[in-house]
Write a protein that binds this ligand. Structure first.
Ligand SMILES: Nc1nc2c(ncn2[C@@H]2O[C@H](COP(=O)(O)OP(=O)(O)OP(=O)(O)O)[C@@H](O)[C@H]2O)c(=O)[nH]1
Ligand SMILES: [Mg+2]
Length: 304
């Protein structure tokens, strides 16, 4: 694109990826972009913010918005923040991609469908994880049944983790974008800072290493980020809600924290293309995840 005149038919616009937790929205974003922008895990409620993934080609600039999973929640401030962030992402987009998991339909999918009644842009239904549908015979009637649940521009079965049929989604989305010059420079792939991406990689390793309950009570904050000629020094704080959680995150003789730190450092080195010295501390902030002010100070802001 650089230097070349833009074709008058160039398209550009925003595409929100929405759905209940754990259906594969972030995996799909990374697959569409061909690189890791959003963190993923087998635990629901991994994504906590809106995150842009920008893909610029010769015909279009597709600006995908990854979102937290919409869900019925128990009133905790963090869950409220996540649902609000996902809902806000529906405003002012050109296309909505509603992601569901195989042929399973749950109460949270209904919640998403209800939200979508308020949008007036086209909605594409993505049936993800088709690689897990054992009975392939059930796929066609299953898709037909799905089509009766709402007004969808198209229904696209795919596998985000294997990459099957993702190009069909991209072609569909591209055709639905308005003609417009690009909004972002062609080399920009996200709106998020290096600090944010680093904190997220650390959180991913924690989510993947820790047991079932713990991940929801922790968050990561990059306290300092200092670039030297050949190395970047990063200090990060892992905030937990209770003292007992701190010992779990640290592990026996510091083993868990050490392993998380090593895994995160390797990924961050490749992300930043530099040697990294990563130092992690675990700190307790009582009940931070249900405290609006604590949330704000830890980066969970209203417009985010
Ligand atoms: N088998 C299979 N697994 C998938 C596929 N797509 C995603 N997954 C897995 O599903 C889990 C959830 O994926 P995520 O991308 O984190 O899901 P999400 O919708 O972003 O989840 P939240 O951020 O919690 O809302 C991970 O373990 C993924 O590896 C797929 O196409 N096939
Ligand atoms: Mg996600």
């Amino acid at each position: 694109m650089a230097g070349k005149p833009l074709s008058p038919e160039f398209r550009c616009g925003y595409i929100a990826l929405v759905g209940r937790p754990n259906v594969g929205k972030s995996t799909l974003l990374n697959r569409l972009l061909g690189q890791k922008i959003s963190i993923t895990s087998k635990r629901p409620q991994t994504t906590r913010h809106r995150i842009l993934g920008i893909k610029t080609g010769s015909r279009s600039q597709q600006i995908y918005v990854d979102t937290p999973g919409l869900h019925h929640y128990n009133g905790r401030a963090m869950n409220r923040h996540m649902n609000r962030a996902a809902t806000l992402a529906l405003a002012d987009v050109d296309v909505v991609v509603f992601v569901v998991e195989g042929l399973r339909w749950t109460a949270d999918d209904d919640l998403v469908l209800k939200k979508l009644e308020q949008v007036d842009c086209p909605v594409v239904l993505v049936v993800n994880k088709v690689d897990l549908v054992a009975d392939k015979q059930s796929l066609l009637p299953g898709l037909k049944e799905m089509s009766g649940r709402g007004e969808f521009e198209q229904i696209i079965p795919l596998s985000a983790s294997k990459g099957d049929n993702v190009d069909a989604l991209e072609a569909c989305v591209e055709a639905l974008l308005p003609e417009s010059p690009p909004f972002f420079p062609e080399e920009q792939v996200t709106d998020r800072s290096e600090r944010f991406l680093v904190a997220e990689r650390i959180r991913e390793k924690l989510f993947r290493s820790l047991g079932r309950e713990l991940p929801y009570g922790l968050t990561v904050e990059v306290e300092s980020f200092r670039r030297e000629e050949r190395i970047i020094h990063i200090h990060a704080l892992i905030w937990v809600e209770r003292q007992s959680q701190k010992s779990i995150v640290v592990g026996k003789q510091g083993r868990v924290l050490k392993q998380v730190g090593r895994q995160a450092r390797l990924e961050i080195e490749s992300l930043l293309d530099s040697k990294v010295n990563l130092k992690l501390w675990v700190k307790v902030k009582e009940g931070w995840a249900d405290d609006e002010r604590a949330l704000q100070s830890l980066g969970y802001t209203n417009d985010d």
